[in-house]
Ligand binder design. Structure first.
Ligand code: SF4
Length: 365
């Protein structure tokens, strides 16, 4: 259980001295056009840029004492930041653990060596399509599937030949594209790999598809304990329309597990220009509550801007906030008796468990 010193009890909500820093955006530059991402869908209007190292160093001094994980991504391909390796090393020097997420197609040998040498704790490879045309359709990736696997494989080999303990996660977001594929083998199994189901949601008979076969092959290729496979929910970054357009079975299962967001009482994310926003869905700086260039996070956390947002959340009138009004997790979508719910520390524990499991398994090999 994480202990936090509380400075205020706001009606029924306790607020930590400092918020959990959910993620930091090294850059919002991105060459891809991912169909499940508002940025990829062309909705992002803010300026593109790269976080400078002075700002990054400042953010690293603002983490709550108990937090260890530093996610280096938001709405961009983080490894395109020219100093991403320096950022990873700075995280390490601060006694924290960096997590980066990347598209294998962005890698080349030089970038892979640079990242491995810097020593991130976890590297997530986003792999949501398993054919050349699927990659193009889902993320606008022009490289072939074979080439992407080759680049990922090269990274994994470089990492394994280094003295760094890097956990690798091959992550797939459940989408129509990777669930349907070509249904060339029928199966009665309802226990589909990683929760990825094939096309017809109403059909009890599920079928192995291209994605499952490709994932099966990757699991055989990487049986070692430093490689994990993870099927992520397609949340549409809060936008159910985006989910309905891109996910087999629509948003029903997602809504079943949804609980009202408690972001202004628990977490923030930091954009490349130092703007502090409430959550990882904020692709365009809708809910900016301060900027770390002008104030410490503690000042921002106790400031009037965020206090106004807290009042809105407590009154369950989040339909007044542009981004939240479209978010299925916004409190106005839930009955009052359902309490606001924090997710950040729970997710931190999952990542820390992943690292310790990998280390334990590697040691016991
Ligand atoms: S309700 Fe608002 S702050 Fe919370 S996750 Fe949705 S968009 Fe983000």
């Amino acid at each position: 259980m994480v202990k936090m010193s509380k400075y205020i009890t706001h009606m029924d909500m306790s607020i930590p001295q400092l918020p959990y820093i959910y993620e930091i955006e090294p850059t919002n530059h991105c060459p891809y056009t991912c169909i499940m991402c508002p940025r990829g869908a062309g909705k992002m209007a803010r300026l593109t840029g790269y976080m400078n190292l002075d700002d990054f160093a400042r953010v690293l001094t603002m983490f709550p004492e108990e937090q260890r994980v530093v996610r280096l991504h938001h709405f961009g391909e983080a490894i395109l930041h020219p100093q991403i390796d320096t950022m990873i090393k700075m995280v390490d020097r601060a006694g924290l653990i960096s997590v980066i997420s990347l598209n294998p197609s962005t890698l080349n040998e030089n970038i892979s060596r640079k990242i491995v040498d810097a020593g991130p704790g976890i590297v997530c490879f986003s792999l949501d399509a398993f054919t050349d045309s699927g990659l193009m359709k889902v993320r606008g990736i022009k490289k072939t599937y074979h080439k992407c696997i080759e680049l990922m494989d090269s990274f994994i080999k470089i990492a394994r030949n280094s003295d760094r303990n890097i956990v690798k996660v091959i992550q797939t977001v459940a989408l129509d594209e990777n669930s349907r594929g070509s249904h060339d083998t029928q199966s009665d199994s309802s226990d589909d790999l990683n929760g990825i189901r094939s096309g017809n949601a109403g059909n009890a008979k599920s079928s192995y598809c291209t994605a499952q076969k490709a994932l099966d092959e990757l699991k055989i290729k990487y049986p070692e304990p430093d490689v994990f496979f993870y099927s992520a929910d397609n949340t549409g970054f809060g936008d159910l329309d985006l989910v309905e357009k891109t996910k087999t079975g629509g948003s029903g299962p997602l809504l079943k597990n949804a609980s009202p967001c408690a972001a202004p009482f628990s977490e923030v994310s930091v954009l490349w220009n130092g703007d502090v926003v409430l959550c990882c869905y904020d692709y365009d700086g809708f809910n900016v509550v301060g900027n770390i260039r002008y104030n410490t996070l503690e000042e921002i956390w106790k400031g009037n801007s965020i206090e106004r947002v807290r009042e809105i959340f407590l009154a369950r009138s989040t339909d007044r906030l542009t981004l939240c009004s479209r978010c299925f997790l916004a409190p106005h979508n839930f009955r009052y008796k359902i309490p606001l719910c924090e997710k950040n520390w729970r997710e931190e524990r999952v990542l820390m468990d992943l690292i310790s499991t990998a280390n334990r398994l590697i040691r016991s090999e």
